[in-house]
Design a protein around this ligand. Structure first.
Ligand SMILES: Cc1cc2nc3c(=O)[nH]c(=O)nc-3n(C[C@H](O)[C@H](O)[C@H](O)COP(=O)(O)OP(=O)(O)OC[C@H]3O[C@@H](n4cnc5c(N)ncnc54)[C@H](O)[C@@H]3O)c2cc1C
Length: 808
């Protein structure tokens, strides 16, 4: 087929991601689509995948996406006439340890809440369903009858046929060597056979997606790892409909193939494929066997399935697959270049997820925004620094293993750290800070007393709890110092800065210079794209302060809304200012010792800022508090932050000043009902549902995005409602993600949770969904599914009660 001179959309890559994207674009009526593949369709990674297809993903939206994929795979053959190899054989997930069984029970509760059929079964029942496994050491298992398997290459070809039937052109043997950019937008692609002009490019280049992205200055942070499975000859008792079986404690999985077993897995320390760049000629190719690397999986498999000892091992397949820094795939429009989309980085789950992912990307292209909250997989969660290849290689060695490794609550990834550090990092480390990582930033989670060992991970009451409570107590009763320098800070300035922010923000932004405003930014559906604190620094200059993980996303949202005739610039100044939060009833007294300026409530009202002297430094003090209660956020130029920190800590010794970390901060903000974007807030939640009506000025003089949707929804019954959940027992520890039951039926999940000294128990935030939202009132008794046990709790619309609420 000749290369056309123009197509509306060019898809680069003919693996399952590219073919699914093409199929779904065509289904949405976008048929002027050209898919270019440097080799043959499926010749990259898709042809050698094992083909396990499961429904469960960590959250509700992603599970819906996965479930849709399965529905598609089950019906595609009837539509296209090409077999997919889809078999709904179900899957069994087994647990060797009591802790793993608890994790499986949490998944069971979530599956029920997400509408996925799932059952707990005994080891004996697991053995009945999967007769060739050893069960005497098992604690139990889950049975998911809706899961299955497919033949990856056939499935991909069937999607390709579905796309072609609707008019998509696919040309093999054409390597795309560059992207033409005009006026900051995609204008075409270059190939050895000539150029094709286009409006949209979709990078579906699999493990080549990073190096292909670089050609257009787009960061697609992924890196390949060598990835293995064995294929056996026929084994007695293994039949076509034998379910998929996963034994995560042994890091292994199984599926039937031609009467034998495919057994592969996710070893804890993986082997990055150190080839850079990956040659375009790597087609239908595999890597060499590495039995040493496979040994831990083989040992565990011989234990679980002794029949392997005598089975014929036909091959040890080693194929490269790309993994991302957080183990989740990468979808969406690149923030660096308009109309450049990515659908890649599938972390060994591309067969299961490409059906849903292709649809999401197609909708994103067709509608200009995703149809639902895709933050977990949104390309904008990655900052530019994540493109470093050494860091990617090391992280890939870790993220592959995360698939089956026991994931403890609050467990942090370990590789490629520390990278982004505040100037106080070494000082805080010397004082016992235990760091966590957000968007590459190191942040103190809590402070470990001298000599105390680092607590082991646990599902129950954590070893650091008492230390965190001491930090919380200092915040509520004396004064605590939080290093919140990782906040994203975006300077928006120019003649039309106010007009732009008025259009993007639901709150009134035309405030006096020096005032701070909390506001949601909404999409057209009225969902929360971000929540910001905006400081007006001058008539035409605003400092937008947002979450540590949101710099790229929010900068993208703001800049894409700057009109061509508007004069506004946005600069990411996150690394220019530290934020030191001085929180607690003695915060003002502490500041008075190092600052001659008047910080009394009359001189600096709540939500106002002013420039002050602090020690020898000049800083901007804001009367703001995320943890609730009195306090000041200090915006300190980076080069003076060490001085300011030392001045404060020297002056505060006899006031009970304590360093405090993010565990205390998070638990205190939950206690005070403060919402966090990414947990309680997202594109699918409106301010009405989230209880943020106070931050919406529906009748402000200028209109804003989402205003019409909010008007239409005002006064309507809520599809879901945010509540505070207070546990009855001080002994039960919850972490977030637990299923919430009202009268025994699942009505939602905890979005975040932490220990509250005020309640003397854990407190959480959660959305109650459906009709239950109307029935949930202050004091409504509910139950939580905590690692398979039921725990009693109560719901509150507003908590804590006014009398005990921390005053500002
Ligand atoms: C051993 C192993 C087992 C697996 N098991 C499973 C499983 O059980 N279940 C599951 O869900 N997933 C599994 N996977 C993962 C799955 O195979 C991948 O996630 C999936 O195939 C990725 O599809 P893709 O379309 O993104 O990439 P690919 O299939 O690699 O397609 C990308 C295509 O882009 C082409 N390309 C790249 N650059 C260019 C360019 N510049 N111009 C033109 N074309 C270009 C390539 O030639 C390639 O064909 C497994 C992977 C491995 C390695």
């Amino acid at each position: 087929m000749d290369l056309p001179s123009h197509a509306r959309v060019v898809i680069v890559g003919g693996g399952i991601a590219g073919c699914s994207t093409a199929y779904h674009l065509a289904k949405l009526g976008i048929t002027d689509v050209l898919l270019l593949e440097q080799g043959k369709l499926t010749s990259g990674t898709t042809w050698h995948a094992a083909g396990l297809v499961g429904q469960m993903r960590p959250n509700r939206t992603m599970t819906q996406m996965s479930k849709y994929g399965i529905e598609l795979y089950a019906t595609l053959e009837a539509e296209t006439g090409l077999a997919t190899g889809w078999k709904q054989c179900g899957s069994v997930n087994v647990a060797r340890t009591p802790e793993r069984m608890k994790v499986l029970r949490k998944q069971l509760a979530l599956a029920r809440s997400f509408g996925v059929e799932c059952h707990e079964i005994s080891p004996t029942q697991a053995g009945d369903i999967w007769p060739v496994m050893r069960t005497d050491d098992l604690q139990g298992a889950l049975w998911l009858p809706g899961d299955g398997k497919a033949n990856p290459a056939d499935l991909c070809m069937s999607l390709a046929k579905g796309a072609r039937n609707r008019g998509v052109k696919m040309i093999e043997g054409v390597e795309v060597t560059g992207v033409r950019v005009e006026h900051g937008r995609v204008a075409g692609v270059r190939t050895a056979q000539g150029e094709v002009r286009c409006d949209v490019v979709v990078n579906c280049a699999g493990q080549w997606a990073r190096q292909f992205g670089v050609l257009a200055g787009v960061n697609v942070p992924l890196f390949s790892a060598e990835h293995f499975y064995i294929v056996t000859g026929r084994i007695e008792g293994v039949h076509t409909m034998l379910p998929v079986m996963r034994d995560p404690d042994g890091f292994i999985y199984y599926k039937e193939e031609v009467g034998g077993l495919v057994m592969g897995g996710f070893e804890p320390k993986a082997k990055p494929w150190q080839v850079d760049p990956i040659p375009s000629t790597f087609q239908f190719e595999l890597l060499g066997e590495d039995w040493d690397q496979f040994e831990p999986l083989m040992t565990n498999a011989l234990h679980r399935t002794p029949c392997l000892e005598k089975a014929e091992i036909k091959m040890l397949l080693n194929g490269p697959e790309s993994f991302t820094p957080d183990g989740n795939f990468i979808l969406g429009e690149a923030p660096e270049l308009r109309n450049y989309f990515v659908c890649a980085g599938f972390n060994s789950a591309g067969i299961a997820n490409s059906g849903g992912a292709g649809r999401l990307v197609a909708e994103w292209i067709a509608q200009g925004e995703p149809s639902t909250d895709v933050w977990e997989v949104d390309i904008r969660r990655f900052g530019a620094c994540t493109g470093n290849r050494k860091a990617l290689a090391e992280r890939t060695g870790e993220t592959l293993g995360l698939h089956y490794a026991m994931r403890w609550p609050r467990q942090e990834l370990e590789t490629a750290r520390p990278l982004r550090t505040s100037p106080l990092y070494d000082i805080l480390a010397a004082k016992g800070a235990e760091f966590g990582n957000k968007n590459g930033w190191e942040r103190a989670n809590y402070f470990r007393p001298p000599g105390a060992p680092r607590p082991a991970h646990t599902l129950g009451r954590p070893g650091w709890l008492d230390w965190m409570i001491a930090e919380q107590k200092a915040t509520r009763e004396a004064v605590a110092l939080y290093d919140q320098s990782s906040f994203s800070k975006l300077l928006v300035q120019g003649r039309d800065a106010l007009a732009l922010l008025q259009r993007l923000c639901a709150n009134e932004m035309d405030v006096p210079v020096g005032k701070m405003v909390y506001s949601p930014m909404l999409n057209e559906r009225g969902g929360v794209e971000s929540d910001l604190t905006v400081m007006r620094q001058a008539r035409d200059r605003f400092l937008v302060v947002t979450g540590s993980a949101q710099a790229t996303r929010d900068a993208d949202w703001i800049t894409r809304h700057i009109g061509s005739d508007e004069h506004v610039t946005l600069t990411d100044v996150s690394a220019m200012y530290c934020v030191l939060s001085v929180m607690g009833p003695k915060a003002r007294e502490l500041l008075a010792r190092v600052c001659p300026d008047d910080l009394s409530p009359d001189a600096l009202k709540f939500s106002w800022t002013k420039e002050i002297d602090l020690g020898f430094a000049r800083v901007r003090a804001a009367r703001m508090s995320y943890v609730g209660g009195p306090g000041f956020e200090l915006y300190v130029p980076v080069e003076m932050s060490r001085h300011v920190y030392l001045a404060l800590t020297d002056a505060g010794q006899d006031l009970g000043l304590r360093d405090a970390g993010y565990y205390a901060l998070d638990a205190l903000r939950i206690e005070q009902g403060r919402r966090a974007w990414g947990a309680e807030l997202g594109p699918d939640e409106t301010p009405w549902q989230a209880g943020l009506a106070f931050s919406v000025k529906l009748d402000k003089p200028s209109s804003f995005i989402g205003q019409e949707a909010l008007r239409a929804l005002r006064g309507q019954p809520l599809a879901k409602k945010l509540v505070t959940v207070v546990l009855d027992s001080p002994e039960v520890f919850v972490w977030g993600g637990e299923s919430l039951l009202l009268d025994g039926a699942p009505v939602g999940e905890l979005s975040s949770a932490g220990f509250s000294p005020l309640a003397g128990a854990c407190v959480a935030l959660a959305y109650v969904r459906g009709p239950a939202a109307a029935a949930a009132h202050d004091g409504t008794p509910v139950q939580l599914e905590v690692w398979g046990e039921r725990a009693a709790a109560r719901l509150f619309d507003r908590w804590p009660p006014a009398a005990t609420r921390a005053p500002a």
